[in-house]
Design a protein around this ligand. Sequence first.
Ligand code: PHE
Length: 495
Amino acid sequence: MTEKEVDMATELLQFLELNERVNSISYAKTKNLEHQKIVGLIKSLQVHEGVIDASQKTDKNWVLSTEGKKLESSGSYEFNIFKRVPADGIAQSELVKDKNDKIGFSKAMSNRWIKVDKSGGAPKIFVADGVNPTDIVRDNLSRIKQGSPIPDKDRAELKKRKLVEEVTIKSFDVTKGEKFTTKIEKAATDLTAQMIQDGSWKTTTFKDYNYSAMGIKPSAGHLHPLLKVRSVYRQIFLEMGFTEMPTNNYVESSFWNFDALFQPQQHPARDAHDTFFISDPAECDTFPADYAEKVKRVHSEGGFGSQGYCYDWKYSEAKKNLLRTHTTAVSARMLYKLAKEGFKPSKYFSIDRVFRNESLDATHLAEFHQVEGVVADYSVTLGDLMGVLQAFFHKLGITKLRFKPAYNPYTEPSMEIFSYHEGLKKWVEVGNSGIFRPEMLLPMGLPEDVNVIAWGLSLERPTMIKYGIDNIRDLVGHKINLQMVQDNPVCRMDF
Ligand code: PHE
């Protein structure tokens, strides 16, 4: 209890000392305080054992409705109608103008306070002979307002007219307890060094521990929605037996990002308009020279059954450093490593950041996260790719899939993946996929009968759909609301 509450409670106890019994409602009325406040005081007094006995009681009480209150202050409709009838009468059309006049008129008629004379054509209203009515309705409403009784019949009538209503009121009856006192002290919450030194702890009343009180929320870290969705994807890949690829290099050579993927050096994606090139260091030459030689050959002259692109492939172009535009650069590194170390069927995945020189808008930033899956095995087919994609998306809760032929320099055939979005009621593109070309795989040294199927999608898109975010700037970047990160629930995929 606060100091003020202790004062108020003491006052209540002093009142109780002089009275046998105190009812919370009447006490609230005498003190001109809110009833709820008094109930609060009684409850905190109950904590002091034996000081008071309080029993709850339920009363039914009649109170005025809004309309009842209006009539209580300005008089009943029928009495007001009666008052407006002059000694020489008034035309009915002039007397009765609105809905309330109508009610008043018919009540005044049935009370026989007024009478109609139709002898002159239009009905004219006169005061009935020898009446001198009082406004009983208003008097009754006043009595109810004061809590005084009125005849049952009258009250039933007022209820029917919706001028009064019955409410249930819960209150407390308070009597003195066996350890009644008017002196309550504020219980101490902490044992202090002072109390121990001066011995006052022996007589101090301590507040009981409330073991069911809610504790203070510990402050903790929160996963950003993208990371929550990432963990779901990761889990699915792991369940399907995929191994995570090391994607911790944002800076990549053009060689691994493009050349190894059989993407010609004059391809528009290799333009500075689409790709961020690095100026310092601008170049690197750490890629294997013998393999680079094979890549050069397949681009410029062809081989492995392909005629190549027939152009002058340049080392200088392959050496250019850039921010990787897709995680497929990492897949290429992994497949090369796999060929080098001796091929065995493998399944890889990665979920990490990629960068593109895009014009920014509500759904595009210059960087996003790519989710990528790669399966390398003997004689894998397009049917396998569709099957793996079905299984993968099924685990995400996406069951309706459609494939559309597409083009990637490094896959043939290539397919865009569409899923039917139940919320948006339309087919939305969810990814891109394909079978890596022999021009990419054979120079790496992979066996001829090995095929590699792969697919990629963005992490941001499903996250925005999942969390109902329609502007990417509310999800990523310096303008995001940190509260959004804290409040958003754990991700469950149930598209
Ligand atoms: N690299 C592709 C992209 O950036 C995705 C992809 C990965 C497509 C693997 C086919 C195979 O969109």
